[in-house]
Design a protein around this ligand. Structure first.
Ligand SMILES: *[C@@H]1O[C@H](CO)[C@@H](O)[C@H](O)[C@H]1NC(C)=O
Ligand SMILES: *[C@@H]1O[C@H](CO)[C@@H](O)[C@H](O)[C@H]1NC(C)=O
Ligand SMILES: *[C@@H]1O[C@H](CO)[C@@H](O)[C@H](O)[C@H]1NC(C)=O
Ligand SMILES: *[C@@H]1O[C@H](CO)[C@@H](O)[C@H](O)[C@H]1NC(C)=O
Ligand SMILES: *[C@@H]1O[C@H](CO)[C@@H](O)[C@H](O)[C@H]1NC(C)=O
Ligand SMILES: *[C@@H]1O[C@H](CO)[C@@H](O)[C@H](O)[C@H]1NC(C)=O
Ligand SMILES: *[C@@H]1O[C@H](CO)[C@@H](O)[C@H](O)[C@H]1NC(C)=O
Ligand SMILES: *[C@@H]1O[C@H](CO)[C@@H](O)[C@H](O)[C@H]1NC(C)=O
Length: 692
């Protein structure tokens, strides 16, 4: 919808709003801009609680934490300058008229002075079948300009980044250099005191940030104080000075790194400019594996000789990369629509970049790994009960990612670096350190992680046909299954993945994970030819599930439902572990339970969904809602998905897609305060598609 300024009396009644933007398919809490890895994760807060509604001109982009990553866009049309991104002082904002997101893109349409239209596309490519491309921690911005009124206009385009991109501490000293390679002009910015594997406020304190564009005639580049560099552009539309050589603190006269592009006369045929932004690090992860503690490089170093070769490949790969991105966007959109309609597409397309943006390809082409950061909840490395809820997107797009995520866990635990008989929770207390838990003092979630590992391994083998993997890891998988035999009928007091809810004994949903895990282990045993084990584990699983029927459900309630924990008959909760029975086709649980839950959930739903369980009246988990939806009746599935999609568009949150929110007011929990955001578990939005 477009509003023009009202003159006269109207202006007294209504503020002068030049334009309002459309948002398609929804206006998410935060709009992904450059979201490609745990350390390249810049967003645009949109919700009213901290954001400006989603208007690119007029507010600074920020890292997923909310810390500003200064990123500016200006455009000069017939000598007058407007802002198209960020909030630089004293420069009028252009008018955003549309925003659209796909799985890989955020696309803004901005009108400048009613003279030209500017389309800015942020593309963070996802290439799950192409590890070389996926390994690159770069992202594109493409700006396309065309006349709006048919007349020709003189246009210059400007963009800069601030040194805020290189550290979480704005008093840190930044250094920089400007150069050209393969007809590409680039700024390199980095922290003077490189701190390998160090973080401040979740930001990487090592590596180099690059901001590049084509080195064509008329393009000039300049570093210097923000106000100085921007006013040079405002005055002249181009730079004539030398680069700033005074290395200093990020917040000391805020050095920025700019490119100004002369577009000349722009009429009815459009002209476009491409920018690349990214982060290069020589080392990515410290890992305690079979050879002891090793440093793992980012995987792109196996494909490219150095930073500049990688940068050049990425920048010149735009046509191919963009084509692949369109294919992926269309696949996800078409499959989502076919699975559950337009509302479902709102969820999957918003989740895709965020899920991949929490992982990083590392190692070498001989031994690649995928490492994952448990973003925001605690920063753990390679948390199994975060990999598990995220896994549907990987099962749907390329199940090898699940193997590459589990490999480091197998390697560490099979080398004897973990003393407990159950499976480890995570590989390190803080990313990027995967130094394990040789003392066994990780956050224990024994049934959760044993079950998750066995179920994910079977799901992977079923999709990939890789039964060697089962042979290779059979002993430890069996060890974990033996733990499930011990503990999953009457689970001892322990945490489930929903650790914010605390410890509890006899959790119905957790017991179900253990039992399906045992049936999955029986299938694994069959696949490796261990028929005695196969028979034993399936016998136990069936014996347990028969008892679980009575222990874990209240059949005399109206309507009947599963309960949170045994003997606590008036409780209820999302029975999301039922999903596993379909994911690995174990068919352990009677069909009556699926029907029962489908009929029950609508009776306890609130405004924005079904609460997680009775320990908190309103809070819920978006990932678990979609797990439930995936195995529910069509009607109940659509109820879950419809409420969640509506929440995405209506919540006042401005944090990247949270998975924990209140079903009454749509906000994150305030008492107790739990502030999940940007977590990879939104890969669980793909739960329906992982079953197909
Ligand atoms: C990782 O370990 C290194 C020491 O090897 C330490 O300096 C760094 O602070 C750790 N990183 C994080 C994020 O805890
Ligand atoms: C590439 O990045 C590494 C790590 O930041 C740095 O040591 C190296 O000097 C960079 N090389 C170039 C050419 O920028
Ligand atoms: C750039 O400008 C130079 C000097 O004006 C000219 O020789 C060259 O051909 C131009 N290159 C292109 C690609 O237009
Ligand atoms: C603008 O360009 C003129 C010459 O064309 C130059 O003298 C002046 O310094 C430039 N102004 C800025 C702010 O760069
Ligand atoms: C079945 O498995 C349990 C648990 O691992 C074990 O104690 C028992 O001996 C097994 N029985 C047979 C017949 O293999
Ligand atoms: C678990 O449930 C069983 C059966 O109701 C009960 O006997 C047992 O005491 C419970 N365990 C705990 C730790 O509460
Ligand atoms: C089942 O739930 C109903 C309603 O909450 C309750 O009255 C009843 O006591 C429960 N059944 C059992 C066996 O506890
Ligand atoms: C029953 O569940 C509630 C949460 O809904 C919990 O606070 C309480 O401790 C449970 N009671 C028992 C006996 O397990």
């Amino acid at each position: 919808m477009l509003f023009t300024c009202l003159s006269g009396l109207g202006a007294l009644l209504l503020p002068c709003v030049t334009a309002q933007s459309t948002f398609t398919p929804a206006r998410p809490p935060s709009l992904p801009l450059a979201v490609k890895s745990p350390y390249l994760s810049t967003w645009f807060p949109a919700g009213s609680d901290g954001g400006n509604g989603g208007y690119l001109p007029g507010q600074w982009p920020s890292f997923w934490t909310g810390q500003t990553t200064g990123w500016t866009g200006l455009i000069r049309v017939d000598g007058k300058t407007f802002t198209w991104m960020g909030a630089p002082a004293n420069i009028e904002a252009a008018s955003q008229v549309a925003y659209e997101y796909t799985s890989t893109r955020s696309i803004f349409t901005i009108h400048v002075d009613d003279k030209v239209s500017l389309t800015v596309t942020f593309l963070s490519p996802l290439t799950p079948d192409d590890l070389k491309r996926q390994s690159l921690t770069f992202s594109y911005v493409r700006a396309e300009v065309v006349s709006l009124d048919g007349a020709e206009h003189e246009v210059q385009l400007y963009t800069d980044i601030s040194a805020e991109w290189v550290s979480g501490d704005v008093s840190a000293i930044a250094k920089w250099e400007y150069g050209k390679v393969d007809d590409i002009a680039y700024h390199r910015v980095y922290k003077q005191d490189q701190w390998e594997f160090g973080e401040v406020n979740d930001r990487a304190e090592w590596g180099s940030v690059y901001y590049a564009t084509d080195a064509v005639n008329g393009t000039t580049s300049l570093s210097g104080a923000d106000t100085h560099v921007r006013s040079a552009f405002v005055d002249n539309g181009t730079f004539e000075e030398a680069q700033d050589a005074n290395f200093r603190a990020i917040n000391d006269n805020w050095p920025v790194f700019a490119h100004a592009v002369e577009l000349g006369s722009v009429g009815s045929s459009s002209t476009s400019t491409l920018f690349t932004i990214g982060l290069c690090q020589d080392s990515a992860i410290q890992f305690l594996g079979k050879d002891g503690l090793v440093v793992l490089p980012p995987l792109w170093k196996s494909y490219f000789a150095d930073n500049l070769t990688a940068l050049s490949f990425f920048h010149k790969d735009f046509e191919t990369s963009s084509g692949l991105a369109y294919e992926l966007d269309n696949k996800i959109a078409d499959d989502s629509r076919a699975a559950a309609g337009e509302d479902y597409l709102i969820l999957t397309t918003l989740a895709a970049r965020q899920a991949f943006g929490a992982v990083q390809l590392v190692g070498t082409t001989d031994t690649p790994y995928v490492f994952l950061k448990e973003i925001s909840s605690n920063g753990n490395t390679q948390t199994i009960d975060v990999i598990y809820p995220a896994s549907p997107i990987f099962f749907y797009l390329n199940s090898e990612f699940v193997k590459l995520l589990l490999d480091p866990h197998f390697e560490n635990q099979e080398a004897g670096h973990y003393p407990n008989k159950w499976a480890m929770h995570d590989l390190g207390a803080h990313y990027p350190n995967a130094t394990g838990h040789t003392d066994g003092a990780d956050e224990a979630m024994p049934i959760e992680e044993c079950g998750n590992n066995i179920i994910m391994v079977l799901a992977y083998a079923q999709r990939s046909g890789n039964t060697d993997y089962l042979h290779q890891h059979y002993p430890i998988l069996k060890q974990w299954a033996e733990y499930l035999v011990e503990d999953s009928l009457y689970p001892a007091e322990q945490l489930s993945t929903d650790d914010f809810a605390g410890h509890l004994a006899n959790q119905t949903n957790l017991a179900l994970k253990g039992m399906i895990g045992l049936e999955a282990m029986s299938r694994i045993a069959t696949l490796v030819g261990e028929s005695g084990d196969a028979q034993n584990f399936t016998d136990i699983a069936h014996k347990y599930i028969d008892q679980w029927m009575e222990l874990g459900n209240n059949f005399s309630a109206d309507p009947p439902h599963s309960i949170l924990n045994y003997g606590n008959a008036s409780t209820h909760g999302l029975l999301y572990n039922l999903y596993n029975d379909k994911l690995v086709s174990t068919n352990l649980v009677p069909a009556s339970i699926y029907t029962q839950q489908s009929l029950y959930y609508p009776t306890v739903k609130e405004t924005y969904g079904v609460p997680l369980d009775t320990r908190n009246r309103f809070w819920t988990k978006a990932d678990w809602e979609v797990f439930c939806a995936a195995v529910a009746s069509e009607e109940t599935r659509d109820l879950f998905i419809g409420d969640l999609a509506r929440w995405v568009g209506e919540t006042t949150e401005s944090r990247p897609f949270t998975d924990l929110y209140m079903t009454d007011d749509g906000r994150h929990p305030v008492d107790p305060w739990v502030d999940f955001k940007a977590r990879p578990v939104v890969g669980g939005m793909f739960a329906l598609l992982a079953l197909q």
